[in-house]
Design a protein around this ligand. Structure first.
Ligand code: S3P
Length: 175
């Protein structure tokens, strides 16, 4: 039976991919990571795409990917943290999808990303400050576009996936 997708949005390092994989397993859905899809299609890492072509080019690829997946069903889709910067992405993702925001504090995000060097937007910057600034710019959009919000703070990816599945089954488990 064709079922609505679950689309995970949220800041870098909030665990969208980890939770998404777990959730897909639990629901017996396919899993798709938009950044991974872009990397495969371009045959380059996200860092390289930013480095060679710049952010605008990456955003165009991201937009195209959101359009492509808008017809899918029975998917858990993990998005990049900046997907909310373009409303058209959300319109497409909502077409067949329930949007779930994984909400995290800057402290938690910093904790998860302090040793990471794969995020071009945080590279060679004061990481904590950049996280705070970007989150401040984006938080309202995450909230505005979300159908459901989950606080990641005290929950493991496993528990989060279990809770998301429960809500999805009660409210959205229809054609
Ligand atoms: C970005 C987040 C990244 C990736 C790119 C830009 C952002 O994805 O799409 O580096 O603008 O927040 P993750 O949220 O998976 O780190």
């Amino acid at each position: 039976m064709a079922k609505k997708n679950i689309v995970l949005i949220g800041f870098m390092g909030c665990g969208k991919t980890t939770v998404g994989k777990e959730l897909a397993k639990k629901l017996n859905f396919y899993f798709l990571d938009i950044d991974y899809m872009i990397q495969k299609e371009e045959n380059k890492s996200i860092e390289k795409i930013f480095e060679i072509f710049g952010e605008d080019y990456f955003r165009a690829l991201e937009k195209e990917a959101c359009y492509k997946v808008s017809n899918f069903k029975n998917y858990v889709i993990s998005t990049g943290g900046g997907v909310i910067k373009d409303e058209e992405n959300i319109i497409n993702l909502k077409r067949n999808g329930v949007i779930v925001y994984l909400k995290a504090t800057p402290q938690k995000i910093y904790e998860n990303l302090k040793y990471d060097n794969k995020r071009p937007l945080l590279k060679d910057k004061d990481k904590f400050k950049t996280i705070c600034d970007l989150l401040k710019q984006r938080e309202d959009l995450y909230i505005k576009y979300a159908d459901i919000v989950f606080d990641i703070e005290d929950n493991s990816p496993f528990v989060l996936a279990k809770n998301i599945k429960m809500i999805y089954n009660v409210y959205y488990n229809k054609k």
